[in-house]
Write a protein that binds this ligand. Sequence first.
Ligand SMILES: Cc1cc2nc3c(=O)[nH]c(=O)nc-3n(C[C@H](O)[C@H](O)[C@H](O)COP(=O)(O)OP(=O)(O)OC[C@H]3O[C@@H](n4cnc5c(N)ncnc54)[C@H](O)[C@@H]3O)c2cc1C
Length: 346
Amino acid sequence: MRPETEGQLADLIRRATAPLSITGGGTRPWPGEGGGTPLDMTALTGVTLYEPESLTLVVRAGTPLETVRQTLAAEGQMLAFEPVGRDGSTIGGVAATNASGPRRVQAGAARDAMIGVRFVDGQGEVIRNGGRVMKNVTGYDLVKLMAGSRGRLGALSEISFRTAPLPPVTATLALPDLDAAAAIPALSDALGGPFDVSGAAWLPGQGALIRLEGLAASVKARAADLGARLAPHGRVRQGDDAAWHLLHENIQDSDADIWRITCRPSEAPAILSHLPEPISLDWGGALIHVRLPAGQIPDLPRFSGHARRIAGAAPALRPAADPLTARLEQDLQARFDPRGIFGGQV
Ligand SMILES: Cc1cc2nc3c(=O)[nH]c(=O)nc-3n(C[C@H](O)[C@H](O)[C@H](O)COP(=O)(O)OP(=O)(O)OC[C@H]3O[C@@H](n4cnc5c(N)ncnc54)[C@H](O)[C@@H]3O)c2cc1C
């Protein structure tokens, strides 16, 4: 099933009698996703409206992320967050996963740059925020609801985004000698100062990485001050700007499982002491990615966040979702997808 218009999409969903799995580029389904008949969104493409002067882009959900990047770059702009995705990612997949890279610490997540959505719910109704809204969904913040909903509440057909100017200059500082645990105080130090950091991370073989963006003179001055501030943590040198791309790209699928752990920065040292060397820390988002043998559940101390298996064996979440969150999710599911078309039973 590969609808080319929103009308066709609504028709397909209305007529569906068995579960559907909404698919963009198919670059990163989680374990347990994709079991229903694929509903391929990649024909629903195209920029509907782009007004660079008002920093607004409206785009159909199946449009490749790369096309969006190129369209904006031609006007010296970018999405007003850091979209992350593998080759083939669609902008709908980015929105549905709230995929947000290291700039999150400064610019916010995908959901913060999303200003409008159109989607088709499990009954085949077209819903959009702003104008006509179904009477039984009035009161929901539909944009926030759909960002990160992972195709469970509806099929996004069109998304409106805020855009931002491309930063003229980028500089990366690296502390190459630090392991993951030693990197945390250095990264926290950088984030806690007046340096307007737009990325703070750790990668094996690269050490701690801190990114500064902006006008050339400002970046130069902040880099000098930050270098001096970080010197007590270890050797500081100029890093490779291309490393930011590796930060999430090295989350490769393999025979092993990949776990994503979200925690408070203060809890990270205890968590890291229970794990093998991580494959990355995205410290602006307080994210730890770690590879574990297939099927292994990490033995973690009590902490305030959660750990989720995002690649490999069957789905797993630690600790299990709390009853209140589970109840809210069930209620939303019942409201937007009462027939269980998107991943439930029909
Ligand atoms: C660097 C990096 C960072 C990432 N960060 C995150 C993150 O913070 N959070 C996260 O969850 N994932 C994250 N991901 C994975 C992300 O899911 C994919 O990279 C990509 O953005 C998904 O695009 P896709 O078109 O391939 O979607 P797919 O892999 O096809 O689908 C992914 C999910 O989105 C749903 N979906 C796709 N299109 C639509 C649509 N039009 N309407 C409704 N639902 C739809 C699917 O049902 C599925 O649940 C990250 C990936 C990378 C490489």
